[in-house]
Structure formats: C-alpha cells, structure tokens
Design a protein around this ligand. Sequence first.
Ligand code: UDH
Ligand code: MN
Length: 353
Amino acid sequence: MMKCRKLALTRCCLSRTLTPCRGRQVLCLLTLLMASVTLSAVALRMRGSEAPLSLSDFLHILFPLELAGHRRVPPCALLDGNDTELKGPIDADTDSIPSLAELEEWLAPSLLPGGLFIPRNCRPSHKIAVIVPFRDRRVHLKIFLRHMHPFLQRQNLQYGIFIVEQAGDGPFNRALLMNVGYREALLLHPSLDCFIFHDVDLLPLDDRIRYSCGGQPVHLSANIDVHGNKLMYANLFGGASMLTKAMMENVNGFSNVFFGWGGEDDDMSFRVRSHDMKITRYNLDIARYTMMRHVRENKNDRQKLLIDGRKRIHSDGLNSLRYERVRLDLRPLFTLIEVRINQTQVLTDQGLL
Ligand code: UDH
Ligand code: MN
C-alpha cells in the first residue's frame, strides 16, 4: 500500500482513485489543491505563457495523460514522410557528451515532470511509455535523452520516458526491469496503452521509424550498425521493441528468470509468436540504428532456460513479478524507478533453485 507522505501523497492523490489514501481523504484533497496550484504555476512558467489558465488547461495539467486524448483539437497526423519536420535519415551525435544540466535547460521547458510530453495542438492516438532498462551507463543515458526527446516530439507523440535502474551489483536482469517499467508506468499513468522497450545504447537513425503501436508487435531495431547493418536472425526481438498493453497482458509480460546477458529477448519472441501474433518490422533501409560502444557482457548458455521457458509462460512474468522499489523520482527529463531484485527469491519462486 502506498504511503501517503510528501510526494507520494501528491502522487496517490493525483492517481485516479483515492483508495490508497483511505482515512486521509481530507489531507489528500488539501494536498491535491496545493499540488494543483504549484503544478499550474510550473506549467505556466514552462510554457512561457502569461495568459490565465482555463478550467480545461488546469485539468490537463493535473491529469495530463488521462485527459490529453479528450481535448478539442484535431487528431495528430500520421507520419507520411511529407511532414516538413520529418527528415527521413537523421544523424546521431554520439561523440559529444552533454551535461544533464544543459540538457534540462534545453529540453525541460517542453516537458512535464517525469519526462512526459503532450503535443499541444493535436490529439494523439496512443499514450506511449518508453521503458529503458538501466545500470551504470550514465554517458549513454545522456546521449540517449538528447537524441530521443526531439526524435519523439518530431513524431507528434504523447510519451513518457521511464528509466528502470537495477540497484546493487548482482547479475543484470533486463527483462525483469522491463516488467517493472511496465507495471510502475501504468501505476503512475493508468491510461498508457503502448509500450516501447528500449536499450539505452540504441539510437534510431531515421525519422520514419514510427514509435507508435499498431495491430502487431514491432521489432524496431532491425538494422543495427554494429551488427553489420542486417537483421541478425529472423525471430530477433531484442534491442528496441514495441507492444500494446493488451499484447503485454496476453503474453504475461517478459520472463523474470533471465539473470545475466542474453536469451530474454528470444523468450519474449517465443511468447509473442506462440500467442497468434506476428513480429513485424519496418523496412531495413528505414529501421536503421546505431549502438553506442560498450564492453561486451559475458555470454551465457541459455538453451535450457529457453526450452523450459516455453512451459513457464503463464506462471513466470507479470503475474509473478517481485521487486523492491527503492526510488521513484519525477526528474525533469525522465521518471526514474530504481528497484532491488532478489535473485534467489525470483529463481526459487519458479522452482529453479
Ligand atoms: N544494460 C545496462 N547496464 C548493464 C547492462 C545492460 O544499462 O550493465 C541495459 C542497457 O539498456 C543496454 C541493455 O541493457 O543497452 C542491453 O545490454 P547490452 O547493451 O550489454 O546488450 P548487447 O548490446 O546485446 O550486448 C544486444 C542484443 C544482441 C542480440 C541478442 C541475441 N538474443
Ligand atoms: Mn548494447
């Protein structure tokens, strides 16, 4: 149960229900009022406007993702390649490393706290969460934010960036962090409906790679420079991939048992394909990515986990997800969710220890 203190109080009051604040409704309402005044002031300052807020503006600041789909503005145009803002092939600067302060000064004025973006003049069709598994890649993160915010904004998307950081130095568990990001992002913004699971070191090199869900799962990063600019293998689903909320629920999310490098994306690929879905991709000449340099992780033999994983789909995933949340911060450019994972507990739950 969420504790109703300080920021958490504001957050739970802002959530759709007051249930978590049972017994403290008055305090909640007061906090809500104070939070709304503060947020309105912040939003006004961010938008550089001196005009008074209308009731509708006010409500949209309080419930940005919940209400944005209902504004009386035209639907956001689909990307058709003729949009002047969109360039087709784009460059990525991976040489210069910005400071977080300079990035914030540049990018935060167009964002709401937590790294949320809502197009001002059109109504987006999806509410998108970009979920990034993370530990110890600070330089990549800064370059990623510098590239991705303008990239996503040029596509007129409503989105939030959620950085899910694994605490401690135990084996990294990319897939479990994806599940955490999915779960926590939805707790904060229940109306999110499209989830993009994205490595921090991958940068798209073409504006036409649309980051918005369709009727099938999409493997976005099909053509990565360090992989020889070709699709490594037909069922690849790693790097950057995109699923709707319904698709995630359908396959019970990612497996939680892949500690250390590799295999978790192949397990997800199987989950998707065994549930009557087809992995789709943009053309290879569009789906171009660059991967920033990093030390290669040790490879692991995943054969047994992958084969047995086929039987685990409905008992290992979102419905068995366990973690300890140690931090939830609404930073100017992203929402930071830091979690501790107990490897022994996760593996014991699945009868693997
Ligand atoms: N990551 C971290 N910190 C780590 C390890 C991983 O933040 O210490 C995150 C980060 O977002 C990274 C992602 O996990 O981009 C993937 O880890 P990686 O970049 O080490 O993986 P690699 O590039 O593999 O080696 C890419 C997939 C290749 C094909 C997969 C075959 N199944
Ligand atoms: Mn990588």
